[in-house]
Design a protein. Structure first.
Length: 91
């Protein structure tokens, strides 16, 4: 019975055990040119657990999908702040 259970667990994809991703939209300040959005995106992509970043220059936002077990929204805003672009979570 134990071997059967181990075989079944081994056959399951690892994604089954992964945490559900969290998505948050940040309001980003100081984006004044197209290169700013590249800087914001790269700063967020370096945060552990981040899987997707979409920056909208026109709306001055960054939408980030991340693993909440590896990171928090506060870590994301700190990353943009350290890159020169203060941000906060949109409600």
């Amino acid at each position: 019975m134990r071997k059967l259970l181990i075989a079944v667990l081994a056959a399951l994809p690892l994604a089954v055990f992964a945490a559900t991703p969290t998505t948050v939209t940040l309001a980003v300040q100081n984006m004044t040119c197209e290169m700013c959005q590249v800087t914001v995106k790269k700063s967020l992509e370096k945060v552990p657990g981040v899987s997707l970043v979409k920056v909208d220059f026109d709306k001055k936002t960054a939408t980030v999908t991340y693993d909440a077990e590896k990171s928090q929204a506060e870590t994301l805003t700190k990353a943009t702040m350290n890159a020169g672009f203060p941000s906060n979570v949109q409600k």
